[in-house]
Design a binder for this molecule. Structure first.
Ligand code: PLP
Length: 431
């Protein structure tokens, strides 16, 4: 039998990681002194077609498009073995969170479109009913399934794995998703949160038995203190279970299932959105959507990719700043000079859309690539638009979505009127 393998490639330095041998989380060349390359590991792109199954669970439906599945098969595990990993997690998720992963609804919302003066259809993908109440679990379920595969196939990457704790830096939906999935997998999790974390989130994290570590912002320090502490424990052996692309390239891949579901639904409806307005914090969501739509379009599941319109608040807009600095510069050049384009936001970010206040857009480069390839752009929205979009979503749909989750709609509000079909993702139930 040939050696099992699946490759990830760093988009900055070109390093390849064989995920049978090493965890495809941070690039092995990241963090070297004096290095200014942007390192993120990306699956090598072995999708032969847009081969979707008929199962409602996205981790079964799109298994051919997921590198942990392809790794499982190359390691001699059967299709049934994969179904068993997914099924076992599904039963455990039902017990822990009352729901497992299923294709989430996406329909046109005519009343909301009318309120925004849009003459084309407005499609809303509703992720508020997903595991832990947001899309974040998609990122982390991909990682958990990978961990299951390498353990079961006894691959070199699994060496010492079970003795290591999972770790994440987040104060919101990502932390909730990590805690639900870790609990379902019966794997201990450390969550690094800021002092001002949402009390309801903290309560739920405790119910889920996550260990909480509160991280303080030091005077004069730039960057997120939770990420700083998270990196410290990962260096000491914790398993990176976060959703920043720089810290876990594999997490982005699971998020692509969101775009795959949307592409299939558009195809079935005989339409394709001209633009996608998406809220951006650390950047994993927009990066995953951009990559997922690119795969769907490359394999004919959609006639074209939507324009990637990214949305940040005026209180924290590092991506928009990077975009301005990128004017006239090739991305292949920019990838070697990260700090020229992406620096932590200098002031403590504040907004009603709390979930997108990441100090840095960690996955900025993939998003910039997606915006350039599709003719998209970043939008910076004031608090008034954030509030109006949230109120309009509640007035004109039945979706109990958070202000973070309607920040993409706030971007659309600023861009309206538009006369073409457009899409947004409502994610993050009101907590
Ligand atoms: C509901 C919701 N939407 C969007 C985002 C942004 O995702 P990302 O940090 O991957 O850019 C978040 C992040 O926490 C979120 O909670």
């Amino acid at each position: 039998m040939t050696e099992p393998t699946q490759l990830f490639v760093c988009h900055g330095c070109g390093a390849t990681v064989d995920i049978a041998r090493n965890l495809p989380f941070a690039c092995p060349n990241a963090g070297r002194k004096g290095d200014d390359t942007d390192h993120v590991l990306i699956p090598a792109g072995d999708e032969k077609s847009f081969a979707a199954g008929s199962e409602p669970n996205p981790f079964l439906r799109y298994r051919n498009l997921l590198s942990p599945y392809r790794l499982a098969r190359s390691a001699g595990l059967s299709d049934n073995a994969w179904a068993e990993f997914v099924g076992t997690m599904d039963r455990a998720l039902l017990a822990v969170d009352g729901r497992g992963f299923r294709t989430t609804p996406m329909i046109p919302q005519p009343a909301l479109a009318k309120a925004l003066a849009l003459t084309g259809e407005l499609w809303v993908k509703n992720e508020t009913g997903n595991v832990a109440g947001s899309h974040k679990g998609r990122h982390l379920m991909g990682v958990m399934l990978y961990l299951r595969v390498i353990e079961a196939a006894k691959l070199p990457a699994a060496s010492g794995l079970k003795a290591r704790r999972l770790a994440i830096a987040s104060c919101g939906n990502a932390a909730l998703a990590a805690a639900v999935i870790a609990r379902a997998a019966d794997w201990p999790l450390d969550v690094f949160i800021p002092r001002d974390a949402n009390l309801n989130v903290v309560k739920r994290l405790k119910e889920l038995n996550a260990t909480i570590i509160v991280c303080e912002r030091q005077p004069g320090e730039s960057g997120d203190p939770c990420i700083r502490e998270f990196r410290r424990v990962v260096e000491r052996g914790a398993i990176s279970f976060g959703v920043q692309g720089t810290e876990n390239g594999l997490a982005i891949e699971g998020g692509r299932t969101l775009a795959f579901e949307m592409a299939e639904a558009f195809h079935a409806a005989g339409t394709a959105p001209a633009a996608l307005f998406v809220q951006v914090g650390g950047g994993a969501l927009a990066s995953a959507l951009s990559q997922g739509f690119a795969i769907a379009a490359a394999h004919g599941a959609l006639p074209h990719r939507p324009r990637l319109m990214t949305v940040q608040t005026a209180g924290c807009a590092p991506l928009a700043r990077a975009w301005q600095l990128l004017a006239g510069i090739e991305l292949t050049e920019a990838v070697h000079h990260r700090s020229r384009f992406m620096q932590p936001w200098a002031t403590t970010p504040v907004s009603l859309a709390q979930g997108i206040l990441d100090d840095e857009t960690y996955d900025w480069w993939e998003i910039a690539k997606g915006m350039r390839e599709t003719g998209g752009a970043p939008l910076v929205i004031d608090e008034g638009a954030i509030m109006r979009a949230h109120a309009m979503a509640h007035a004109h749909t039945k979706i109990a979505v958070s202000a973070t989750g309607t920040a993409g709609l706030a971007g659309l509000l600023a861009a309206a009127p538009l006369h073409e079909p457009v899409a947004v993702v409502f994610s993050g139930a009101e907590i």
